[in-house]
Design a protein around this ligand. Structure first.
Ligand code: ZN
Ligand code: ZN
Length: 219
């Protein structure tokens, strides 16, 4: 898949955020989180009410193994981190959740991705689907706006790639495009472009070629 992105509409992610492209060489030089023999697990961490989504969490776990080429598991549920609640916004702060989770990441976890039911926001953004930190092995995704398992799988792969230090894709149609709305997210492909697939393979050693999800509908 090597389709160039068309210019963004005024409300789309790339119109609002001018991000620098990340070449393969940039990635290798700056990647803060690469698989090692002792650090190779993809750890899904339900928080609070998300613990009740056992069937979805198992689907996500199995998909993470295929997509990332890493052994994946679902951690024992933890309570929601209420320190992240911002009453004036009536949402949780994704960055605070990630900061509090980072010290709890198991030693063998290459990626710890928290799953929550609550809606999230992050610095400068009124709400976000999720956030993946490039440096501390942790990310979080919210099921609040997704309404389907397929979207949850796609978002898990997007945020998981961020935790592996893969930046937004600014040139090609690709899973790593930023999204500012559900419409934009649905128009984003479920697969990586060749450049980002090369980064993932360099990091985790994933060998599978197959495309596991149907292509996203055209915007
Ligand atoms: Zn992103
Ligand atoms: Zn890409």
């Amino acid at each position: 898949m090597e389709h160039r992105l068309r210019p963004p509409r005024p409300d789309e992610w790339r119109a609002l955020f001018r991000e620098r492209p990340q070449s393969f060489e940039d990635y290798v030089a700056t990647c803060a989180n690469r698989r090692t023999p002792g650090r190779s697990a993809f750890h899904l961490q339900p928080l609070g009410r998300a613990a009740c989504r056992g069937e979805l969490l198992e689907r996500m776990r199995a998909h993470a193994e295929d997509f990332f080429g890493l052994p994946a598991r679902v951690g024992a549920p933890l309570p929601m981190i209420e320190e992240g609640w911002a009453p004036e916004r009536r949402r949780h702060n994704a960055s605070i959740l990630i900061d509090r989770l980072a010290p709890l990441a198991p030693d063998d976890a290459l990626v710890l991705l928290a799953v929550v039911e609550e809606d999230l926001f992050a610095r400068g953004l009124p709400w976000v689907f999720g956030e993946g930190n490039f440096g501390n092995r942790c990310g979080v995704l919210s099921l609040a706006r997704l309404e389907s398992a397929e979207r949850a799988l796609k978002l898990m792969c997007h945020e998981g790639c961020h935790v592996l230090s893969i930046a937004h894709c600014t040139v090609r149609r690709c899973l790593m495009q930023g999204s500012n709305s559900l419409r934009e997210f649905d128009a984003t492909p479920a697969d990586l472009c060749d450049l980002d697939l090369r980064k993932l393979r360099w990091n985790t050693g994933r060998t599978s070629e197959f495309h596991v999800l149907p292509a996203a509908p055209r915007a």
